[in-house]
Design a protein around this ligand. Sequence first.
Ligand code: FAD
Ligand code: NAD
Length: 477
Amino acid sequence: MGKKTSSTQLAVIGGGPGGYAAAFSAADLGLDVTLIDLEANPGGTCLFRGCIPSKALLHAARILTEAKEAEHWGITFPEPKIDIARLRAATEGVVAKMTGGLGQLCKARKIRLVQGRASFRDSTDVSINHLDGSIETLAFENAIIATGSRPAMLPKLMLESPRVMNSTDALKLDDVPETMLVIGGGYIGLELTTVYAALGTKVTVVELAPNLLPGADADLVKPVAKRMEEMCEAVYLESSVDGLEEVKNGIQATLKGKKIKDSKQTFDKVLMCVGRKPNSSGIRLDCTKVETDEQGFIVVDDQMRTADPGIFAIGDVAGEPMLAHKATHEGHVAAEVIAGHPVAFNAQAIPAVVFTDPEVAWVGLTQTETKAQGLNVNVATFPWGASGRATTLNRNDGLTKIITDAETERILGVGITGTNAGDLIAEAALAIEMGATAQDLHLTIHPHPTLSETIMEAAEMIYGKSTHIYKPKRKKK
Ligand code: FAD
Ligand code: NAD
């Protein structure tokens, strides 16, 4: 096959929310940009096999759950019929619409979009293997590595079987298995449990840690853990899967944990979701001066520069948290630095949202982190049982928690569990970014009746008062 040479000011390797945001930003700043991805359109993990298809399926799950719970309001529907092919097609339609739109935005910005696999030849050239087998050598002035991450698999549970899935397989929704074992009760495990359980699968979750979502505060996780218990066949904490074996009608798993009575259980499908690994191998970083840490993340400074002066790295491949909005923000920083602007990544906080039912969201420090750091803090929790809006939704299973610095009253962290917590947390992220105090949130008039009022009332509670919570004053002796 033929060989071709070409050049560009900026080569962006990987078209996920980090890479495409960087490419768009750089093109808007006047740079000549080449964006290389394995797919025909930008989107990356997030749009093709991550955030977007999972949220489309979670929307369908919410419709099913709400239809069931409508009984509370005296409304009943016949048993829903699920046309799995149409659900799959609708989800694929969402992905196609969004990734196609990104392709058009590339064209409009005159970005050269190349479908192929890129790897470094040296610190100024990449080699691109095109789908037709031809190879292109692309010389660059700067490069941004945005190759993302892939599912981590547990070596002792490796089994070549279509019944053993990672998140990409599970999102394809080939069928609705009768039973499913979910290994890992983190973001992916709980979101996909929410989807499959709503579709009718009997799900068993096995989590190594003493709590689901180990990174979040235990009080925030409690309402979702309760709901998980209700929707799942079983949730086993402090437990592990010691082996998987293909048997006649499924996968037999060997389970270990205090509460597990039956250590050998057979499932139609197994979903492994125990974290993700950075895609830093396979791009010939050894031909450059780029350095990685012991986990394989590319080491970068606050301007997203690697140890190789012309090469930058952003997103999942450049470290935790592996979240799309963090990748996008880093993409903007890298593009602006390359265009000569004096900027750096100095966000005060990166919000996290788990789109379960109810949603769990937090930003800034968790209470566990403030304890570990020995900080002098005030903590106030407003239970959604006292929220008018939550009551109108019959969803009082939530809470809003604010953590402030005891001396400065500045907001250090906010956690919210409840319906639409993911949308609500943005206000808290802004408050932390602006250095706001609890007084600022308390004195900001929030619209009624909304779930956002729970933030205002939690802020009031920092000062020992709240309109909808009565705490009798201690009698003076
Ligand atoms: P990616 O999106 O992984 O993109 C990397 C791109 O690089 C890919 O397109 C890949 O094909 C390409 N690539 C890799 N190697 C090469 C190469 N050698 N040559 C050319 N191209 C290459 N995050 C959230 O914030 N919210 C969510 O709701 C959310 N949900 C998720 C649900 C699931 C099931 C999963 C798996 C992830 C989810 N995430 C979510 C995480 C989010 O998808 C990632 O944090 C985000 O996609 C990272 O963006 P990125 O640009 O760093 O890399
Ligand atoms: P995760 O880190 O969120 O959760 C993995 C879970 O697996 C942890 O709770 C861990 O304790 C558990 N675990 C590890 N080894 C285990 C074992 N041997 N047996 C049982 N449990 C084990 O990872 P994930 O769910 O795979 O998701 C990967 C990443 O993708 C997330 O960390 C997040 O950055 C991103 N993501 C984000 C969203 C979102 O923003 N809504 C959604 C999905 C994924």
